[in-house]
Design a protein. Structure first.
Length: 73
């Protein structure tokens, strides 16, 4: 606890994904007080042409009211 899933377009290097996961983990541990070993981060690549159908329509739009950060599109 907690488990964070980041969905993004392909193209980010593995090195940058590791850095992103480390940065997110650091922030989560600071805000939640949970130890680093309790945090897990998954990065899922979604092709740009599938984004609206697979992510926006299924995960973002139906849950807009509970999103703490909403997209601007």
């Amino acid at each position: 606890m907690p488990h964070i899933v980041i969905k993004m377009y392909p193209g980010t290097s593995e090195e940058d994904k590791v850095k992103l996961a480390q940065a997110v983990t650091q922030q989560v541990t600071e805000f939640t007080g949970k130890p680093e070993m309790a945090v897990s981060v998954d990065i899922v690549e979604v092709a740009e042409e599938l984004w609206m159908e697979e992510v926006y329509d299924k995960e973002i739009n139906p849950n807009r009211e509970r999103l703490y950060k909403k997209p601007g599109y």
